[in-house]
Structures are given as C-alpha cells and as structure tokens.
Write a protein that binds this ligand. Sequence first.
Ligand code: ATP
Ligand code: MG
Length: 183
Amino acid sequence: MRLKQIKLAGFKSFVDPTAFDVPSQLVGVVGPNGCGKSNIMDAVRWVLGESKASELRGESMQDVIFNGASERKPAVRASVELVFDNSLGRIGGSWGQYAELSVKRVLSRDGQSNYFINNQSVRRRDVHDMFLGTGLGPRAYAIIGQGMISRIIEARPEEVRVFLEEAAGVSKYKERRRETGNR
Ligand code: ATP
Ligand code: MG
C-alpha cells in the first residue's frame, strides 16, 4: 500500500484546490517557515479520522477550514482526499478488490463532517476499520510526528504494547473480539 496523491481544498492554508503527487518512497517537503508543510501532515491525519482539534493545532475542528486572508473570503468547507495504491491488496476485506483506494473527508462550516471511500459515503468508523492493522491511522505509527520518538521511548509498557499489536496485525482481531463481547 502506498500513498500516491494528496488533494486538498479549503484546508488550512490550502484554499485553492491543490494536488500533491507522491512519486516515490522518499519525498521531502521543503519551504520557508509558515508555508504549510506541517499543514499537509495535519491534512493526512485529519482524513484518517483525527477528531481532536488540538492534535491538528487548532482550538475547534472548524479551524481546519481556510479562515480568510486580506483578499480572500473564508472557505465554506475543507476537503482532503488521499489516493492509495492497493495493488498488493494490503487493504483487504470488502475494499480488497480495488487496486486504487481514495479516502476523502469533507467538513462544512456548520460542522457537518462526511467521509467517502472511492466516492461512496461511509462512516468515520469504516475508514478506521479499513486501515486497522496497517499501521496507518490518525495516531498510528505510520505517521511519526514531532516528539513522537521520545514519547515512544518514554511510554509505559501498556502503551508500547498498543504499537506492537498494531504492527503484528493483532489489533483488528482484538477489536472484533471486544465488539462481540468476548474479552
Ligand atoms: P515551519 O517551518 O515553521 O514548521 P510550516 O511550513 O510547517 O512552518 P504550517 O504550520 O504548516 O507551516 O503552516 C502555518 C500557516 O498555515 C500559517 O501561516 C497559518 O496562518 C496558516 N493556517 C493555519 N490554519 C489556517 C486556516 N484555517 N486558514 C488559513 N490559514 C491557516
Ligand atoms: Mg512545521
């Protein structure tokens, strides 16, 4: 599974529709302070279901919507889409048949948040389930943010276990067992 493209519109400083291609395994993003580099990673964690505004460096979730500039009106909605190559079938289940998967989240100013997988309207939960066991999620280890390495080094054994279970692919079975009430 590989991230191929990130599309943003109305998200933080990316007011105009912007598409970033991710051409290879290693990509660097460079630019002056405040140009929006971290906003791109915020966007990725946001689509994956991050629901805490402070994790996205805002006070409320609506802070991810472009809030206007001297000559630009605030945007009415924020939208971010990630396109993944799933030709190796890393994401299985009902989505396993697709060689390409798009995950999109849209938030309007009235607070309505919608998720889509391959343009089908889904629940946040479906996005969560799709990535469970792949290491990718708003707080999973595929995204290593600032300060995360020291957080893992200093983590309590129970917290380290959560990462190990995700890496070993156990977490999705544990979650299913919890849901069926068999602890
Ligand atoms: P640094 O090199 O300092 O880490 P950076 O490239 O990571 O900088 P970001 O933190 O991604 O920069 O971007 C910050 C910019 O995004 C600021 O100019 C801020 O005003 C802008 N920004 C954040 N949220 C919004 C919003 N809702 N609407 C418009 N602009 C926003
Ligand atoms: Mg930054």
